[in-house]
Design a protein around this ligand. Structure first.
Ligand SMILES: Nc1ncnc2c1ncn2[C@@H]1O[C@H](COP(=O)(O)OP(=O)(O)OP(=O)(O)O)[C@@H](O)[C@H]1O
Length: 263
């Protein structure tokens, strides 16, 4: 097992529904991996399982040597996994800068008394946080919007702000849930450029869910195709694009799941 993320025999049931069904795949360190599949295929449930929002019914998830399955979301973040959400989750009343400062401050461990007394070391660390927040906003192209309320940003920029917030966690693995949702062709091209740049600059491993095929095919080294919670296909964009089962599934005929993926 040499993936940064290793998923083995993962299942999750909701009542009688198997949202994720005995799924295995591996995300290589430093790669960009895409998850695609029809609505309801289980893509977001996989993210929720990796990030500790849901507990698996069966199976194991590892990040390097750390077992993630069964951990709380805050423990998963500390282990090095950050994510963005399909339905954007920002502090709407806060400025862009403060939206990024919050996770940065959470990472800092202040003694309560030194914080209350505003000791010099704390003030210096606050300045460090401000500088880092500005840097992250600059990186995603939001510097000029730093003082603007998050809810006043256009949708595409809110998605970039979410990415800046996730980067503030200094993740080893970044999960992006439909980063190009609601974007037009030009916006999604820009978004692809940004993801590529972040990947190069931070040596990040990225797992992304996306319905925009041009984004997925252009960015990803490997693609996992989910169908009824199981792996329908796994491979390079070229392999997936020409896979008969994938073509049939998207055309409405049922394909036969394969397993395990990327092992
Ligand atoms: N909390 C939940 N309770 C009950 N059923 C759920 C829950 N979360 C997901 N499901 C079900 O699990 C299945 C997979 O849903 P999921 O949201 O993971 O799919 P998806 O591939 O992300 O879909 P989409 O592309 O529409 O976002 C669906 O049948 C969904 O209704």
């Amino acid at each position: 097992m040499d993936g940064l993320l290793e998923v083995r025999g993962l299942s999750r049931e909701f009542g009688g529904i198997r949202a994720v069904d005995d799924l295995s795949f591996s995300v290589a360190p430093g790669s960009i991996t895409g998850i695609i599949g029809p609505n309801g295929a289980g893509k977001t449930t996989v993210f929720n399982l990796v990030t500790g929002v849901y507990r698996p019914t069966a199976g194991e998830i590892r990040l390097g040597n750390t077992v993630l399955s069964g951990r709380r979301p805050d423990e998963v973040v500390r282990a090095g996994v950050a994510r963005t959400f399909q339905n954007i989750r920002l502090f709407n009343r806060l400025s862009c800068l403060d939206n990024v400062r919050v996770p940065l401050l959470q990472r800092e461990t202040y003694g309560v008394f030194s914080s209350l007394l505003r000791l010099p070391g704390v003030r210096a660390r606050h300045r460090g946080v401000d500088a880092r927040a500005e840097e992250l906003l600059d990186l995603v192209g939001l510097s000029e919007h730093r003082d603007r309320g998050a809810s006043n940003l256009p949708y595409g920029l809110q998605r970039k702000l979410e990415i800046a917030r996730a980067l503030a966690m200094e993740p080893r693995l970044l999960l992006l849930d439909e980063p190009a949702a609601g974007m037009n062709g030009e916006e999604s091209r820009q978004l692809s450029g940004l993801v590529r740049e972040l990947h190069r600059r931070f040596g990040l491993t990225i797992l992304l869910i996306e319905h925009h095929m041009d984004v997925v095919m252009g960015l990803c080294d490997r693609i996992l195709v989910l169908h009824f919670g199981a792996c329908l296909a796994w491979g390079t964009p070229e392999e997936v694009r020409s896979n008969e089962q994938v073509l049939r599934a998207y055309l409405g005929k049922e394909g036969r799941p394969c397993s395990p993926c990327g092992a």
